[in-house]
Design a protein around this ligand. Structure first.
Ligand code: GA4
Length: 333
């Protein structure tokens, strides 16, 4: 089965223009065209002027900083992440490792307030910060998904956003902390920062695509995120704490019958400063069926994927390793 690949287009464009940055406050018909183009060419773009109040972002960031500053023994009380809670170095259940510690939460408010007792000395403040952040970022995700549907000329503009707006949505929220990799002892002999980025980087979170529909990622002012344009070419994403990175997930690739590509990405822990990212993964309810939209299937572009439920896809994702290509298991034979 040959899956359409825009990789040639992607590498040529990225070298010429850099990664797309889209101003969400711009003219709607133009914005939706830019979004479709970015999803076809990269499966990735940044949005600015997204409308999420700085205060909501700052409160969530402070909660994350406070948590990761705690002693390891305290943080461990919020784990293990099976599937939600605190984790360190281990990613998933099949032996993947990285220089990262994290908190993985469901976006369902009830579970947030339950787990927050072990996460924060002030669980109500923590829950409020998380709930406010998730609500605001979900709105941005829904707006982007509606612009995508409009840009693809799909008659029902809520066809994607309704999946993550559903009360049973299986969406997740993740705080990742990539601690600085250098100790003070390295200062005397350490090379300059640009050299250091190449010499001393360690894998924080290995190469993978996100299984969900859409990911909205925000990080502090420390670089480390990279996206893969084609085999072996990694493009660093410059950090911008005022922007959100938008990442197309596997489910979106299926819904668009391969027109949008889920982008492979990774995070390096490579600087003197710790990096913290706050990541919202917009997912359908477990029982929802995922299959290419009829509008995306034509005689020229026959249906690539077989229908499956989100629960089935999730199970497959957790049975495989981080870097494995899960979509291969769901192509039509
Ligand atoms: C990648 C995207 C999200 O961070 C995540 C990850 C999940 C985990 O860390 O537990 C997975 C990974 C992610 C994809 C494959 C499986 C599942 C680890 C792993 C090896 C929370 C998710 O939904 O999928």
């Amino acid at each position: 089965m040959v899956v359409p690949s825009p990789t040639k287009n992607r590498s040529v464009k990225a070298r010429a223009t850099g990664l797309p940055i889209i101003d969400l406050s711009g003219d709607r018909s133009h914005v939706r065209e830019l979004i479709v183009e970015a999803c076809e060419d990269y499966g990735f773009f940044k949005v600015i002027n997204h409308g999420v109040p700085k205060e909501i972002i700052a409160r969530m960031e402070q909660e994350g900083v406070d948590f990761f500053e705690k002693p390891a023994s305290k943080k461990k009380q919020a784990g293990p992440p099976n599937p939600f809670g605190y984790g360190s170095k281990n990613i998933g259940f099949n032996g993947d490792m990285g220089e990262v510690e994290y908190l993985l939460l469901h976006t369902n408010p009830v579970s947030i307030s339950q787990s927050s007792k072990t996460i924060s000395n002030d669980p109500t403040k923590f829950s409020c910060a998380v709930n406010d952040y998730i609500e605001a970022v979900r709105e941005v995700a829904c707006e982007i998904l509606e612009l995508m549907a409009e840009g693809l000329w799909v008659p029902d503009k809520t066809v994607f956003s309704s999946l993550i707006r559903d009360v049973d949505s299986d969406s997740l929220f993740r705080l990742n902390h990539y601690p600085p990799i250098n100790t003070c002892n390295d200062w005397d002999t350490s090379p300059s920062l640009p050299q250091l980025q190449f010499q001393n980087s360690r894998l924080g979170f290995g190469e993978h695509s996100d299984p969900q529909v859409l990911t909205i990622l925000r990080s502090n002012n420390v670089g480390g995120l990279q996206i893969s344009l084609d085999n072996g070419v990694w493009v660093p994403v410059p950090p911008d704490p005022t922007a959100f990175c938008v990442i197309v997930g596997d489910a979106m690739q299926v819904l668009t019958n391969g027109r949008f590509m889920s982008v492979r990405h990774r995070a390096l822990a490579n600087s003197f400063m710790g990096r913290m990212s706050m990541v919202y993964f917009g997912a359908p309810p477990l029982h929802a069926w995922i299959s290419p939209l009829p509008e995306m299937v034509t005689p020229q572009k026959p249906c690539i994927y077989r229908p499956f439920t989100w629960a089935e896809y999730k199970k497959a994702a957790y049975s495989l390793q981080l870097g494995d290509n899960r979509l291969n298991h769901f192509t039509r034979r």
